[in-house]
Design a protein around this ligand. Sequence first.
Ligand code: ADP
Length: 264
Amino acid sequence: MIEFENVSKFFQGKAAVRDLSLNIKEGQFTVLIGTSGSGKSTTLKMINRLVEHDTGRIRFAGEEIRNFDVKTLRRRMGYAIQSIGLFPHWNVAQNIATVPQLLKWPQARVNARIDELLDLLGLEAAQFRDRYPHQLSGGQQQRVGVARALAADPEVLLMDEPFGALDPVTRGALQQEIIRIHQLLGRTIVLVTHDIDEALTLADRIVLMDNGQVIQQGTPLALLTHPATDFVRDFFGRSEWGLRLLSLRHVAERVRTHERLDGE
Ligand code: ADP
């Protein structure tokens, strides 16, 4: 659905992303991970043309993104980011309605959509619709930010460290929420994080980046069990959730063995 072919991006002559090739499949939850400065955000922003790539090709639904009108492209892709907050002088309903209003949806449809999204994100509409951002907790603001990104039912949801500033409990709750939304809506999601446990928890496919390049990509289990380099092994070796995934796999294998022995 989103293809990068030998894409590079330079800032002041220095490559932020170098010769990157990547295929993001429709309906998959892809997580870009890597240390700070590895090129994750630049890669994400090139998808909706917040950053224009210098060389190579990026295609969306088979068409080069350079051929899209930028507004059309961005309406087809929701974008949620930790540091771009909600509009402070707009209430929750107005914030969520940003893109539907631009698209001139009828007001009744906009209202129904706001209620539907608040419900989807576990916020009671009657209680939250009219609140202003400063009347919300950090977690509630993030929920509204995700609702806003989903408002016009985009084909792709792009998220840059969406849960970065949250406490571990709220972060865990929102991670579960986003997994539920992904399962429910079946949308393509691309999420950037530097949190290894978050990547292993959320991803169908992890893309590990370093120094503007893809070091390895694959399912969480593939990266844990078949790291391509010592760098990959060390990177994921620090993760408790990774160890748990491996031990769960070990348990599943034992169960299968026992079932086979029982059947003999
Ligand atoms: P990450 O998201 O992995 O932390 P980024 O994609 O933000 O990495 O940045 C990759 C590299 O590109 C870094 O060295 C960063 O300093 C540089 N960079 C990113 N955006 C800009 C910009 N607008 N101007 C100059 N340099 C930038």
